[in-house]
Design a protein around this ligand. Sequence first.
Ligand code: URA
Length: 494
Amino acid sequence: MHHIRLDSDTDFDGWRKAARELVMADVAPADVTWTVAGDEPELFDAPGLAPGEQGFAEAAGPFSQPASPSPTQTFNVPARFVDLAKTVILHRDPQRFAYLYQLLWRLRANSELMQIATDPDVARLQAMAKAIRRDEHKMHAFVRFREIGREPKSRYVAWFEPEHHIVELAAPFFARRFADMAWSILTPDVCAHWDGHAIAITPGVAKSMAPSEDRLEETWLTYYASIFNPARLKTKAMQAEMPKKYWRNLPEAALIKPLIEDAERKTHAMVAAQATAPKKPQRQEQPMAKAKQGGDSLEALREQARECRDCDLWKPATQTVFGEGPQHATVMLVGEQPGDKEDLAGKPFVGPAGQMLDRALAEAGVDRGKTYVTNAVKHFKFVPRGKIRLHQKPNTPEIKACRQWYERELATIKPLLVVAMGATAAQSVLGKVTPINANRGHLIERDDGPQVLVTVHPSYLLRLPDADAKEREYARFVDDLRLVAEHLKKAEAA
Ligand code: URA
């Protein structure tokens, strides 16, 4: 009996070398056992055969001829077999090495065997190769990255449990698709890492090593819910494409059941609803008053900002999203940057964060219509993920490049109070990185500008996972906004 020990689950070169030596030494498949280092009882030490004793040549690639082959002891291995073997070796079935050797052994006597699709050995290996390709496809479709750290040092990390040993096979797809992101895909078998230059493979890890939440999660869920089309729902087809076993690692999976349940009602509503007129994509007219004499008018600023090319964010974005509100607003609310909905609509805070803001403003007694609402950065920064556009935090050069527009809005409107919501807004408004918690909740007096109130960004509230924390933080946000209400009252009374 020959016990062959391979270096790893995907050790194709090791299998090829051993198989070549075995077949040339006329060792029948029944006389060989195959194991992978770490999986086998220590008792088996794999002697294999003395290399180079005998050999065979192949029509293609990796089955190279040993140093001094005897022509009578060689045979051609079809290229199709080599390709098949490279794929099948990735299968999780422990018998894969033996199945491959069995077919190799038979090919020696019948080199046409690969053409016979009904041959049981060929058919079995073809089915295994198909399972590998399907698993690779599933990995491409169902890996979900979560951001760790903050740009520019952030890394996107995903947890995935492939059915077969396909991580190295599937990784180049992610390197092409997410070439400018640093990412890691963690699995129990091996992990793949990309640093923008090369893929590195390291040993597998436990699921607890993978992040489960990040600030993109809420955006992702919002997108998923908004692109979900109830009229096109085919539950069976959807589950065939996205089998339930993948659901546990998909953030959007929690939405699937309620969305399906809601689909019928929504479909009826869609059928009953009147057709909507197509939207004109360009030039949104805003109810902007002219600025005071000598200053920029908001309209003129808006026109100029439309053409801004001072950083690269304009390239993939739909349009510049400029601020909106009355010319003589005494309060200016500043967010981070437009999101997906805002980018499409050309208006600030009209998506989920905007709804959260509206609710909190109303509860605090602030009329949004009396405030000027804008963002520190005027273009939507995102990474595409299939049909989805995932929000990316703007970096310092982008915030600085856009600050001129905030300054010009400020100079035109001359508000008495500026509310900076979140870290990006605080950085732009105060001109330096400003921790939110240490500075929130009170008015900051400044020599060279209006008073500033720092508070959290409404998206932060959307992302909080636990209901208690959400409620508590929402109440704090409303409390901060009450200072705005008081301020407005005083301004109106004056
Ligand atoms: N988040 C922001 O900071 N601004 C918007 O306009 C929308 C979401």
